[in-house]
Design a protein around this ligand. Sequence first.
Ligand SMILES: [Zn+2]
Length: 179
Amino acid sequence: MIRCGIGYDVHRLATGRKLILGGVEIAHSCGLKGHSDADVLSHAIADALLGAIGAGDIGQHFPNTDESIRGMSSIEILRDVNALLTKNKARAINVDATILAEAPKIAPHIPAMRKIIAQAISLDESRIGIKATTNEGLGAIGRSEGIAAMAIATVEMVGRDRRVRPKTNGRPSGPSLPS
Ligand SMILES: [Zn+2]
């Protein structure tokens, strides 16, 4: 069985912080504010993967009240989410994501992001899509107050999921013929 999940995240930009997107540190005048490294792209992908297996969201698994994960690398979060998928007899098939940022230029860093994310969730790089766009100067993202990311993940359930198969009372399943 194939399942899809969606993820969205946004973090505020602040001075004195490193800008980390998809596990890549990008030179910029400010970085994203958050409890972890505030890697908005990795967070959106983690939420998409968790959503696909019906396992809640990143806030439930990595609460910002947990001091042990302060400053944690979000690539570590992706590795943990991937382990949870395996535990739930699921594996990612592909991930596609878009970063919304007015600045800096994201495109030169995309190959490195794909490589790091692919390794974290045990996927071939060709199955990771990362795109970037500006918000055309509109709204908070357009005013460079923050950076957002959205992601979709497709996941294959490896084990048999009997719960979704209705009982057929001995008759073969499939479309019924006119009687
Ligand atoms: Zn986040």
